[in-house]
Design a protein around this ligand. Structure first.
Ligand SMILES: [Zn+2]
Length: 357
């Protein structure tokens, strides 16, 4: 018996699919072609095992981040910032500034230098020169953090997809940091949360499917007062967030005594490496603009349900190639992955030289 699936795609994804349909809007044929060409094992992912729940602490603030948005949150010294999955499979970017002096901010390059490409529990987030000191300590990481990729941006979507109007992390950061008067030119390199990066045989980094489940989270202990700016990654054309945009949860809590002990322990190996700052620097404290109202570009994200008729043979093929470890019984997400991966590969094949996938 035939089976009809109603598969959600957003307008940015359909704009890519539209390039490969013979007749505009005729997605059924295109989807069945992608399914016919899919190979078993094509949805392999490095899955996180279910995470134990975080410790119970006093909650100070909680935000649910919608796709296409970010938020600037104050995390005072001795507080914990938790960025958590909601539905699962969602990548996020993070920028961090010293709240008492916005000129000092996270230096992803130095952090990578000291902790490698994938900093994790026990590692520190280092600030830029001339300060070069830890701003936050990673208390718990149940996903994968990445320091190799720059944030997705207008340039990236323009160059790789000819889609300059695509939702992107760079513009979300600029809009979120505007709440504290941080200018667009002051955005720094992003610390990537829940980004499952891998290297090819020549050492080029690539982004794999997102292995974060709904229970995964990353916790940071603030060693000094900071302004942390997480955003929901806008990449729905590549594997970064399994070809979709979900929510992220952002929580600030009062640290427990054992959190402080652990974080201080993480800084111990660096205690004799204090960097002198022999310069006169006028500090610029960051303060929230009381008149700020967010205006994130490229929203709303419009979702369209695409009806697909699967024959019995198509259903068997989908069962043979889909990864239940990644998508469970959600046939629609598994099929969307197959179609978007197919379109992304077609798009990549048309690009000259090194591609980011
Ligand atoms: Zn992004």
């Amino acid at each position: 018996m035939d089976r009809v699936l109603s598969v959600p795609f957003n307008h940015q994804q359909l704009a890519l699919l539209d390039r490969y349909t013979a007749v505009p809007g005729a997605y059924n044929t295109l989807i069945l072609q992608a399914l016919a060409e899919a190979q078993p094992g094509c949805q392999q992912a490095q899955l996180s095992s279910p995470a134990p729940p975080p410790p119970k602490r006093k909650q100070l603030a909680q935000h649910l981040l919608e796709p296409g948005t970010g938020i600037a949150v104050e995390v005072k010294a001795g507080q914990v910032l938790r960025i958590a999955q909601v539905e699962g499979g969602q990548c996020g970017d993070l920028n961090v500034y010293n709240l008492q002096n916005g000129q000092e901010h996270l230096h992803v390059g130095r952090t990578r230098h000291l902790h490698g490409p994938h900093p994790t529990t026990g590692d520190l987030l280092w600030s830029c020169a001339p300060w070069e000191r830890p701003l936050m300590a990673i208390l718990q990481n149940t996903g994968v953090c990445d320091t190799t990729f720059a944030s997705c941006s207008t340039l990236g979507y323009s160059h790789f997809y000819n889609m300059p109007q695509h939702i992107n992390c760079q513009q979300m950061q600029i809009e979120a940091q505007r709440a504290y008067g941080i200018g667009p030119w002051q955005e720094h390199d992003s610390f990537n949360l829940f980004m499952y990066t891998v290297s090819d045989s020549e050492g080029n980094p690539g982004i794999d499917r997102n292995g974060a489940g709904p229970s995964d989270y990353i916790e940071f202990y603030a060693l000094t007062d900071v302004l942390a700016i997480p955003n929901v990654c806008g990449d729905d054309l590549g594997k970064t967030s399994n070809f979709w945009q979900n929510h992220l949860s952002v929580i600030v809590e009062e640290a427990l005594p054992e959190d402080r002990q652990r974080a201080e322990g993480f800084t111990k190996p660096y205690q004799n490496s204090v960097v002198p700052v022999p310069y006169q620097i006028k500090e610029v404290p960051l303060r929230r603009d009381p008149d700020y109202t967010p205006r994130f570009p490229h929203l709303p994200l419009r979702i369209h349900q695409v009806e697909v008729v699967l024959s019995e043979q198509d259903q068997q093929k989908l069962d043979a190639v889909r990864n239940p470890g990644l998508y469970g019984d959600d046939l629609c997400s598994a099929l969307r992955d197959i179609v978007m991966d197919w379109a992304d590969a077609k798009n990549n094949a048309s690009l000259p030289g090194y591609s980011h996938h």
